[in-house]
Design a protein around this ligand. Structure first.
Ligand code: HEC
Length: 97
């Protein structure tokens, strides 16, 4: 296979993997949310998450329900994972202390 002959060094055959996050929540965010909401929550294919402040509960409700253009992560992520990723995503929308 092409993958075995030399392309590996360029990462050509490996799937793109985000760098691991510093916390479980950040890790989950990078894996599941960045393509649409951007690394820092500033938005990409989806809207900015930092344009206004979100509470973790508010984010969790959205992650569970999905919406127009955003799929539901209910069942895909465990309740614990939803809590972690929502806390992280909500923290992006809060001004740094
Ligand atoms: C396929 C693209 C996509 C992915 C992946 C995605 N979102 Fe979204 N998200 C959207 C779109 C589009 C909207 C706006 C439309 C809507 O409300 O459904 C949105 C809306 C939101 C909102 C509401 C924003 C507001 O100000 O009202 C939150 C919070 C949110 N997403 C969090 C997340 C989190 C956390 C993840 C990862 C678990 C995630 N999203 C993954 C596309 C995405």
């Amino acid at each position: 296979m092409l993958c075995m002959v030399g392309v590996v060094g360029l990462g050509g055959c490996r799937q793109w993997q985000p760098a691991p996050g510093a916390s479980p929540g950040e890790d989950l965010y990078r894996k599941n949310c960045v393509t649409c909401h951007g690394v820092n929550g500033g938005g990409a294919d989806g809207p900015s998450l930092i344009a206004r402040e979100h509470s973790p509960d508010e984010v969790a409700a959205k992650v569970k329900s999905g919406g127009s253009g955003m799929r539901s992560f209910d069942g895909e992520l465990s309740a614990e994972e939803i809590r972690q990723v929502s806390e992280y995503a909500a923290s992006l929308s809060r001004p740094p202390k």
